[in-house]
Design a protein around this ligand. Structure first.
Ligand SMILES: C[S@@+](CC[C@H](N)C(=O)[O-])C[C@H]1O[C@@H](n2cnc3c(N)ncnc32)[C@H](O)[C@@H]1O
Length: 268
C-alpha cells in the first residue's frame, strides 16, 4: 500500500494496482471528460466505456459504505450499467450560469455532472457540515411551517433549520475558476480546469471523516489533496503530468507550512 498524504507521478491504470482493495473511504474522480483534443483529456474509447471501466476498478478499492464522486459532461454515464459495482445516489448538477453561451443551433450546456455513487449502505453523509444558507426570510420560513401542505404532508411538519439547508442536487452557488481567480495556480493549465476548493470541500466534508482515506486518481493541481490536508483527511493522489505534480507539491507544502505556523503561534 502506498504512503498517505502524497501525490504520485504516473498513470492511474498502473498506480491503482498498488492500492489495497477495500481500503479507500472516498474517491474524488475528476479525470478526462473526453471532449477536447488536449492530451490530458484524450481517451481511446467512448467516455461512457472509459467511465464504466473506472467505476469497475475503483469500486474494488472503496470500502463498504464509501463513496465515489465522478465528474463529467451530462452524458458521462449514459447507457452504461454501473449497478453491479456501485449505487448511483445522486446525479449532482454543477450549474455555471456565467459559462459562455455561444451556441446558435441548440441550447448551450452550462453545467457539469458530478455523479455521486456509494458502495452499499452509505457510511457518511455529514449534512450538518455542508448546510447552505436558507434563501427566504425567517418570518416567511416560520409561515411555511404552518401551511397545510407541510403540516399534512408526507414528511409531517417540516422544520426549517436555522443553520441552513441541504445544498440539494443543483449546485449553483460555487463558481468555476477563471483566469482572474486568485485561487488559480497556473494560467498555463487553465484548460485542465482546476476545481474550486469550495466545491471539493463540500464532497470531502459530506462523505468522509477526520483520518479517513481519500483518493484522487487524476489530481491535476491537487485541489482534493489541498482540501484534505486542510480538513485532516489522509489522501493519495495520482497525476500523469510532472509539471502538475510539482505545482501540487508546492501547494501542499505551503499549506503544511501555514498549518505549522498557525499551530506555533497558538502555542506561543
Ligand atoms: C480535470 S483535470 C483534474 C483537475 C483537478 N481536479 C484540479 O483541481 O486541479 C484531470 C487531470 O487528470 C490527469 N490525467 C489524465 N489521464 C491520466 C492518467 N491516465 N493517469 C493519471 N493522471 C491522468 C491530467 O493530466 C489532468 O491533470
Amino acid at each position: 500500500m502506498m504512503e498517505y498524504n502524497n501525490i504520485y507521478l504516473g498513470n492511474f491504470f498502473d498506480l491503482i494496482n498498488e492500492i489495497n482493495d477495500n481500503s479507500i473511504n472516498l474517491v474524488i474522480c475528476d479525470g478526462p471528460y473526453g471532449v477536447t483534443e488536449k492530451n490530458w483529456d484524450k481517451i481511446d474509447n467512448t467516455i461512457q466505456e472509459f467511465n464504466l471501466n473506472l467505476i469497475k476498478i475503483l469500486s474494488k478499492k472503496i470500502i463498504e459504505g464509501g463513496a465515489l464522486y465522478l465528474f463529467g459532461k451530462p452524458n458521462c454515464i449514459d447507457f452504461i450499467d454501473y449497478r453491479p459495482y456501485l449505487t448511483l445516489a445522486t446525479k449532482i448538477v454543477w450549474y455555471q450560469p456565467s459559462r459562455l453561451a455561444q451556441g446558435r443551433r441548440n441550447y448551450t450546456n452550462n453545467y457539469d455532472i458530478i455523479a455521486y455513487f456509494t458502495k452499499g449502505k452509505v457510511a457518511n453523509f455529514n449534512l450538518d457540515d455542508i448546510r447552505i444558507p436558507q434563501l427566504v426570510e425567517l418570518n416567511h420560513r416560520k409561515r411555511c411551517e404552518n401551511v397545510p401542505s407541510v403540516t399534512n404532508g408526507k414528511f409531517g411538519k417540516t422544520k426549517f433549520n436555522e443553520n441552513g439547508k441541504n445544498p440539494g442536487d443543483v449546485w449553483g452557488d460555487i463558481k468555476q475558476l477563471t483566469y482572474k481567480s486568485k485561487e488559480l495556480l497556473s494560467r498555463k493549465f487553465l484548460h485542465t480546469i482546476q476545481k474550486p476548493e469550495k466545491l471539493i470541500e463540500r464532497m470531502v466534508k459530506a462523505s468522509s471523516n477526520i483520518g479517513n482515506i481519500v483518493l484522487d486518481p487524476f489530481a491535476g493541481t491537487g485541489t482534493t489533496l489541498a482540501v484534505c490536508q486542510k480538513l485532516n483527511r489522509n489522501y493519495i493522489g495520482f497525476e500523469i503530468n510532472p509539471e502538475l505534480v510539482s505545482i501540487c507539491k508546492t501547494r501542499l507544502s505551503e499549506i503544511k507550512m501555514e498549518q505549522k505556523y498557525t499551530l506555533f503561534s497558538q502555542m506561543a
